[in-house]
Design a protein around this ligand. Structure first.
Ligand code: ADP
Ligand code: MG
Length: 381
């Protein structure tokens, strides 16, 4: 959808901001450009909507060489969100959002109706916030309006240049989560600039890590964290990359341990190795029971089983798994099917979690599926 071919940008003073850059962003993909200040991220982005012209090379959007595309026509296909938002101070939030469709010839009433929909989409109540002026909004709300406005003409491509850079970390995380949910439904092709590796990792389907005007690594977040391509990337992602990686590595069925399982209607088993998971008739997780308890009590499993709070669906991140273990002070967590059946799949222990992380790191480094990795030392069960 967006393709850079050997693109270089040299400014008049001789600064080479972007140096022979080639990369491609697929349709519906969200790519984050991350790197320190001055590495050429904004220059890259502004060349896509022709706010800056490259010195050399070609850029294609939707297959068209943009140097041959009228900039105004081009920008209709590209939403642009920046940190300074750039809302009109004398226009209401609703009118700000309706500006672009209105300019494109949509009738005023229809443009406003569309704007109201978009405000809702970004988590603002049009009846509450629509009539306000930008200065009457919080920083986070203004950024939401910026996103709504960029989406107003329904462009296939979004360029976002540090859009959440000016808000505090808590609001920022909210905005990131909202934007991820939004992106799931609108599926735009997005180039998202940030200097924050956490943000890049959280949002990107793939990440382009910038050095000076060049891309050092262009890869999925887990791969950038698990197998940095250069010492520069390793340094940039930081010493705690293992910890960061937890949040982008999902629990897979192959990571799970299979403990003994008993059912609610079963009589109490006389012997258990430690403990067992208790399931109902539909193989859904009910809880657990300890061997000691089972050996000394009488009746059915159901009468003595304890509830299990520490549980997650498969596909949740290892970070969530770790946090859930800590929250419930649990030595293991139950993992269930992702869909509504909630079928029990197995348990994740700290040792298995560690193994999953090591496996996924090795898998990314060798570009093979995680369950094909043979670890050199397998931690004890
Ligand atoms: P980033 O967005 O990653 O912080 P930029 O793309 O804004 O980086 O800038 C890349 C480099 O180009 C920097 O060294 C910056 O000083 C320089 N630069 C940016 N704009 C201009 C300009 N208009 N004229 C000269 N140099 C510029
Ligand atoms: Mg910049």
């Amino acid at each position: 959808m967006i393709r850079f071919e050997n693109v270089t940008k040299r400014y008049a003073d001789g600064t080479t901001a972007v140096d022979n850059l080639s990369f491609e962003v697929a349709e519906g993909e969200l790519v984050t450009l991350v790197g320190p200040s001055g590495c050429g991220k904004t220059t890259t982005m502004k060349m896509v909507n022709r706010l800056i012209e490259p010195t050399d090379g070609r850029i294609y959007v939707g297959g068209d060489d943009i140097s041959a595309t009228d900039p105004v026509e081009l920008r209709r296909r590209i939403g642009y969100v920046i940190q300074q938002v750039g809302l009109f101070p004398h226009k209401t939030v609703l009118d700000n959002t309706a500006t672009v469709p209105h300019l494109l010839g949509v009738k005023r009433a229809a443009a406003r109706a569309r704007a109201a929909e978009l405000l809702e989409l970004v988590g603002l109540d049009p009846s509450v916030h629509g009539g306000r002026y930008p200065e009457q909004l919080s920083g986070g709300q203004r950024q939401r309006v910026g996103v709504a406005r960029a989406l107003a003409a329904d462009p296939p491509v979004l360029l976002m240049d540090e859009p959440f850079g000016a808000v505090d970390p808590v609001v920022r995380e909210h905005l990131q989560n909202e934007f991820l949910a939004l992106q799931k439904s609108v599926r735009k092709t997005v180039l998202f600039v940030t200097h924050d590796i956490e943000e890049a990792v959280r949002l990107g389907d793939r990440i382009a890590v910038y050095g000076q005007g060049t891309i050092e690594q262009f890869d999925a977040p887990a791969a950038v964290l698990g197998a940095p391509a250069t010492p520069y990337v390793a340094d940039f992602v930081g010493a705690d990359r293992g910890l960061k990686r937890l949040s982008v590595t999902p629990i897979e069925p192959g990571d799970l341990e299979q403990p003994p399982v008993v059912h609610l209607d079963d009589p109490l088993p006389a012997e258990l190795p430690g403990w067992a998971v208790v399931l109902d008739r539909e193989e859904k997780l009910h809880g657990w029971i300890s061997a000691e308890h089972a050996a000394t009590a009488k009746g059915t499993v159901g009468e003595h089983a304890r509830r299990m709070e520490a549980r997650l669906p498969v596909g949740a991140s290892l970070r969530q798994a770790f946090a859930t273990m800590l929250q419930h002070d649990a030595g293991w967590i139950a993992v269930t099917d992702e869909d509504s059946t909630g079928r029990f799949l197995g348990v994740l222990t700290p040792a298995r979690l560690h193994e999953a992380l090591r496996r996924s790191t090795a898998a990314d480094a060798r570009d093979i599926p995680r369950d094909e990795v043979e670890l050199e030392t397998v931690s004890g069960r």
